[in-house]
Design a protein. Structure first.
Length: 412
């Protein structure tokens, strides 16, 4: 997500602030790692989807940026390689690769990988070749620069006027700013498009906010660097503004990537559990009528639990439905309509009254030997179960349906 911003000055006068800064960069790294962990099962299950693989790679790359940008990691890399400040081009390269990957992914995500138009192919080639060229230039400039003194927190401003290192710092910031501007424009254009899934739209909004925060990060860094060129000291922008902005940006972008998937998944689970809960009154009624129950399975998925409950209800309801009093059902429907209930709810209440009457009276043969049509009843078990939660309405319909014929007037 972003930032060689770890190469910034220590932000405060106190040891507390210094300690906070040392651990600061692990916060977005943890958030991005959590986002990757949430996406990983889907990525593995749908490994053939190149966009999902790209999202996983992007989150991994963003996590790597923040791991290697932490001062403790910077010192470790410098010590292991024996080259002072070699973490700078390494972090800059990770950040540049991340920027290019973001731009490529948003383009592919927006247009689809199947889009092989000349413009799309040219855009993708430009992104890959352009940002690969920037990474090569970063290493060449570092080799040419003289940066003997290790700087863990303020490299960007400390070496802002050093030949070749000055150009390297400016290059990575301009590459980052360019990618952020283009990606932001693509995102906000996409957000305004019609026909987007609600979760996808919210995910894009979080991504857009995250990239907007990136612009604040770039502005703070560039202002601090340019101030050094002109003999001024605005290092506080580099130290106190850029780091928290980078962290917030990382969190927003991580949320943007996982929200469409996680939101749809959780919404689906919520609908399954709601449907399972709505069937509970009818399930309890059928369990009392038959003496049976759905076998308990400890590790059953929500889908399996719902299917088992639906199957049990229909299996228990079918023999009862064969003996429903059709005349009572019709009178109950008319009574429910006369009481002001809409047609769908009136049908559900009428079915409840007929079912309860059948359970109370016991099975009885149909009048003409023909089995009644139970298709609608078995299909609308959800509405019937919801109607069971309103005993006052059921009681009113039963009383109204028991009135002499002709006294029930249906109001449309």
């Amino acid at each position: 997500m972003h930032y060689a911003g770890a190469l910034t000055t220590a932000p405060g006068p106190a040891e507390f602030i210094s300690g906070f800064y040392t651990s600061f960069w692990w916060i977005p790294a943890g958030v991005l790692a959590a986002a990757l962990a949430l996406k990983l099962p889907t990525i593995i299950r749908l490994w053939g989807d190149p966009l999902l693989r790209a999202v996983g790679g992007l989150l991994l790359l963003g996590c790597a940026v923040f791991v290697f940008v932490a001062p403790s990691t910077i010192a470790w890399v410098n010590r292991v390689t024996g080259v002072p400040n070699i973490s700078a081009p390494w972090v800059y390269s990770l950040l540049t690769a991340y920027c290019g990957a973001c731009l490529w992914l948003i383009t592919a995500w927006r247009n689809g990988l199947s889009d092989q138009s000349a413009t799309t192919r040219r855009t993708r080639r430009w992104v890959v070749s352009g940002y690969s060229g920037v990474i090569v230039a970063l290493w060449v400039l570092f080799v040419l620069a003289e940066v003997p003194e290790e700087r863990l927190r303020d490299l960007d401003t400390y070496y802002a006027t050093t030949p070749f290192m000055r150009e390297e710092i400016l290059l990575y910031l301009l590459a980052h700013t360019t990618a952020v501007l283009i990606t932001s424009k693509l995102l906000w254009n996409w957000i305004r498009a019609d026909g987007l899934d609600a979760w996808l739209r919210w995910g894009l909004k979080f991504l857009g906010l995250g990239y907007a925060m990136n612009l604040v990060f770039d502005a703070a860094k560039l202002t601090a660097v340019v101030a050094r060129w002109t003999g001024h000291d605005l290092d506080w922008l580099n130290a106190n503004v850029a780091p928290p902005v980078a962290c917030l940006s990382a969190v927003l972008i991580a949320v943007g990537f996982i929200l469409p998937h996680a939101g749809q998944y959780l919404h689906g689970r919520w609908r399954l559990r709601l449907a399972h809960h709505e069937l509970r009154p009818l399930y309890l009624l059928m369990r009392a009528a038959t003496g049976d129950r759905v076998p308990f399975v400890l590790r059953a998925s929500p889908e399996l639990r719902l299917t088992r409950r639906e199957t049990f209800i229909r299996d228990a309801l079918l023999p009862l439905a064969q003996h429903l009093d059709e005349d009572l059902h019709q009178r109950s429907y008319d009574a429910a309509r006369a009481l002001g209930h809409p047609a769908e709810r009136a049908r559900a209440l009428a079915s409840v009254v007929a079912i309860l009457d059948t359970i109370d009276a016991g099975p009885r043969p149909s009048g003409d030997g023909d089995d009644p049509d139970t298709t609608d009843l078995l299909r609308e078990i959800g509405a019937v179960s919801r109607a069971l939660r309103q005993p006052d309405d059921i009681r009113a319909v039963r009383v109204r349906a028991a009135l002499p014929e002709g006294s029930v007037r249906v109001t449309e």
